[in-house]
Design a protein around this ligand. Structure first.
Ligand code: ATP
Length: 371
């Protein structure tokens, strides 16, 4: 068992800096997810931990050992790739046993490990099948099994579910979480899918353009995103952003959208982030998640001048348990997730109530969160 520590880890490919001074302390037995859009440096980070890429500068430790110069095979890690890479001519048993045979493990030890892994994965009845006789999900289990038999200190998984259809992906997601619980080993998992990150990770690392943006547990990332990028990347449909100014009227502060909305900043926000007052007259960005808006016609007693604004409906998307309204406010697109009972129709002007305790304010220039 081991944690993994990255200290100022940088990877440069000629003029591209794929990973820029990454600092990360991954705890023993943790399920850590690296997430971010294509090209943000997640795979490169994982491959450096695996030893498949040299590090341009910095150090990586696995347990107490600096592994910068240790070859992949001696790092006590096992990697599961997106494309499984099973040997087509070998049956499942031999696909799983192959790495151990190469390492000259005794036959009975190989047998014990393969059967144990097969039992964990529920594939004991498939051991004599060839990969082409397996479904996508079963192949994925074999690929995981091949990693389990190694009994590594750290599992590295690079988008292992991306070749599966949506339903199977959901199922395998739960299974991988269960396998992690059962093995009690450190998992580092790369995905571009924020839902996968939110549901699987003990902690999530959000990356962008080679830089780590935020490292936190899923709920903290969701409720307290560090900046507009994280706020917009985590959550579906994404957070709405509106240009606004902070304006002071009497002793109250508002987010003013130049006539399209004016929302009171709750007193509690000013207590928690008194610097908001310094933004008086300045540009900020108002952020509100689609689920933190309500259709005022269903909740008339909650609406008032300080917490609501009008938006025009462009598309209505009923989801069964709720409705997504694609709307515009002064030609700016936005989305609201409202109750299924909403009668809002295309072309309507609908009054929306903002759950002001859930709104966010960002610095317009740095895009960092103020509150
Ligand atoms: P994806 O989700 O598309 O796999 P990623 O977040 O895993 O993306 P990386 O594969 O780590 O991103 O790539 C990070 C950056 O480094 C990208 O700009 C990529 O083009 C660049 N890069 C990756 N590998 C190489 C390489 N071998 N040579 C040159 N540039 C590379």
């Amino acid at each position: 068992m081991a944690g993994v520590t990255l200290t100022n880890v940088t990877k440069k490919y000629d003029e591209v800096t794929a990973v820029n001074k990454a600092n990360l302390e991954i705890e023993d037995k943790e399920f850590l997810v690296l997430v971010g859009p294509s090209g943000c440096g997640k795979t490169t980070t994982l491959r450096m931990v695996a030893g498949l890429e040299d590090i341009s500068s910095g150090t990586i430790e696995i347990g107490d050992t600096v592994v910068n110069d240790i070859p992949p095979k001696d790092r006590d890690i096992a990697m599961v790739f997106q494309n499984y890479a099973l040997y087509p001519h070998m049956d499942v048993y031999n696909n799983m046993a192959f790495g151990l045979k190469l390492r000259k493990f005794p036959k009975d030890e190989i047998d014990r490990r393969v059967h144990e892994a097969a039992e964990i994965l529920g594939i004991e009845n498939l051991l004599d099948r060839k990969p082409k006789q397996l479904s996508g999900g079963q192949r994925q289990r074999v690929a995981v099994g091949r990693a389990i038999v190694r009994e590594p200190k750290v599992f590295l998984l690079d988008e292992p579910l991306s070749n599966l259809d949506a339903k199977l992906r959901d199922q395998m997601r739960t299974e991988l979480s269960k396998i992690h619980n059962r093995l009690q080993t450190t998992f580092i998992y790369v995905t571009h899918d924020q839902r996968e990150a939110m549901t699987m990770g003990d902690r999530i690392v959000v990356m962008r353009d080679g830089f780590i943006q935020q490292v936190d547990d899923p709920i903290t990332i969701y409720n307290h995103p560090a900046n507009m990028f994280v706020a917009g990347f985590i959550g579906t449909p994404p957070m709405n952003f509106f240009d606004a100014k902070v304006v002071k009227e009497g002793d109250k502060y508002y987010l003013d959208g130049a006539g399209s909305f004016k929302v009171l900043i709750p007193g509690g926000f000013l207590d928690k982030a008194p610097e908001l007052k310094d933004y008086n007259g300045k540009d900020v960005v108002f952020g509100i998640r689609p689920e933190d808006l309500k259709d005022a016609s269903l909740n008339p007693e909650e609406a008032n001048d300080d917490n609501s604004f009008m938006a025009s409906v462009e598309v209505v998307e009923p989801m069964g348990s709720e409705i997504y309204l694609y709307m515009t406010v002064a030609e700016h697109s936005m989305i609201a997730r409202v109750e299924a009972q909403s009668k809002a129709a295309v072309g309507d002007n609908v009054k929306l109530i903002v759950d002001t305790d859930k709104m966010h304010v960002f610095d317009a220039e740095t895009e960092e969160i103020i509150i």
